[in-house]
Design a protein around this ligand. Structure first.
Ligand SMILES: [Zn+2]
Length: 438
């Protein structure tokens, strides 16, 4: 049975706005007094935390970017001393911050807040203590996977962390333990669906009632494909690696966007080029401000995610605004089997290992629009000797470095520069579909 939404999820918009402004005030004070970077910015603008009393006042404040995070690595943006930090969260760097992972810190209260947010998203989808939640993520590459565990246990559901065991075993667990909810990536869900069809397992052999996907975005095509295979609703969750991922937003049964937890995050939509705020309903870049984070407050953080914000009432009764599924980014981030990477990083890494590398292409083999396999074509100056040993040692060197940095293996091919295919819309990247999208 679906639990009805809590009081804070159904606050009238003006009361919610009031709550946001109060929490923003606390956040600005915390940032001003505890983080030099923010204090210097506010001083330069001659803004004091108490000057911000209306949402419009806050728009005078500069954006925080990934570059700012990298520039202040390791602790420059922490608002609490390390002894108060109980958890660090480490994520993939982007171009410009290469070599420096993005590391944010959580206090005990932040960790609890993240878990509560996930519990909310679970309950929004009707998950209760009667459910069996099978969590099929790569725990070492996706730190957010642990939050699925915590939320399931807090609700009192039965947790089955099946991680990355084969699709056949996932199905066996699903059948024998009567899992009601499958939480995984879109790519792995598709693989499980295909294995299920090949093994002649029918959805009625399973006890599934919900498939929950993250962290990569879910398109309508993939959703339709998975819903027809599993015969249950397929829902997506949203998060931001530099805040909580997932946990910021999630779908309700109405499936008309993802409710954003506006009591903990202040959302704005901006024109990604001019930086000017855009009205509700217009597509632009999502900018988020944390309203309750203690360890790592972020003010007007540019997420790079392109979406639309809607604050009209939702039939489910929740008043928190919804974002449309994120299908585009302002940067070149791509996903392979649910793991994010930036083509610029791969290029930089290869050129760093071997200065004779002239150019590269990332060939992403996709299945139903989702990145499945990565092949890298490398063109190097034929006049230059290999850095170590011969051609095969050279390819081994590239392969092992890439595996270490990306966390998964990629095929590498050495080709003449004129044989490289033309680039697509994404830097040095070409997508090749292995399946039709029907
Ligand atoms: Zn709703």
């Amino acid at each position: 049975m679906t639990r009805s939404p809590s009081r804070v999820e159904t606050l009238p918009r003006d009361a919610l706005r009031q709550l946001q402004m109060e929490r923003l005030q606390v956040t600005l004070n915390r940032a001003y007094f505890n983080v030099d970077f923010y204090r210097r910015r506010m001083d330069a603008l001659e803004i004091l935390p108490e000057d911000v009393s209306m949402p419009g006042d806050f728009q005078a404040f500069p954006f925080t970017t990934r570059r700012d995070l990298a520039d202040h690595y390791p602790y420059g943006l922490f608002a609490e001393p390390l002894r108060s930090i109980v958890r660090l969260k480490i994520s993939t760097p982007a171009l410009g911050d290469l070599g420096k992972p993005l590391v944010i810190g959580f206090t005990r209260r932040d960790v609890t807040m993240w878990q509560d947010l996930m519990v909310r998203l679970f309950q929004q989808l009707g998950i209760s203590d009667r459910d069996i939640v099978q969590v099929a993520f790569n725990y070492s590459l996706f730190p957010g996977a642990f939050t699925f565990n915590h939320a399931a246990e807090l609700i009192g559901a039965t947790l089955a962390p099946s991680a990355t065991i084969s699709a056949t075993l996932q199905l066996q667990i699903m059948r024998d333990f009567r899992s009601t909810t499958l939480a995984t990536t879109a790519a792995f869900a598709l693989h499980i669906a295909e294995t299920m069809e090949r093994s002649n397992i029918s959805p009625s052999d399973l006890n599934l009632k919900l498939v929950m996907l993250g962290p990569d975005p879910l398109s309508d095509v993939i959703r339709a494909r998975l819903e027809s295979s599993f015969q249950v609703p397929v829902m997506s969750l949203y998060g931001v690696a530099e805040m909580v991922e997932p946990g910021i937003a999630g779908e309700c049964p109405v499936k008309d966007g993802l409710h954003l937890s506006e009591d903990h995050f202040l959302a704005e939509i901006i024109d990604p080029v001019s930086g000017q705020p855009l009205p509700c309903g217009q597509e632009g870049e999502l900018v988020l401000t944390t309203l309750s984070a203690e360890g790592y407050p972020l003010l007007r953080y540019r997420t790079g995610d392109i979406t639309v914000l809607k604050d009209n009432p939702c039939p489910c009764g929740r008043t928190h605004a919804r974002i449309a599924p994120i299908l585009r980014r302002t940067d070149n981030r791509i996903f392979i089997r649910g793991i994010s990477l930036y083509p610029e990083n791969v290029e930089h890494l290869l050129k760093g290992l071997d200065p004779a590398v002239l150019d590269i292409r990332l060939i992403v083999a996709t299945s139903h629009g989702i990145g499945e396999q990565l092949e890298i074509m490398v063109a190097r100056d034929p006049g230059q000797p290999f850095p170590e040993g011969g051609r095969s040692q050279y390819l081994d060197l590239l392969r092992s470095h890439l595996r270490r940095v990306l966390g998964f293996g990629a095929r590498i091919q050495l080709v003449d520069a004129e044989r490289l295919p033309g680039e697509g819309l994404i830097h040095k990247t070409v997508f090749r579909s292995q399946t039709s999208l029907s």
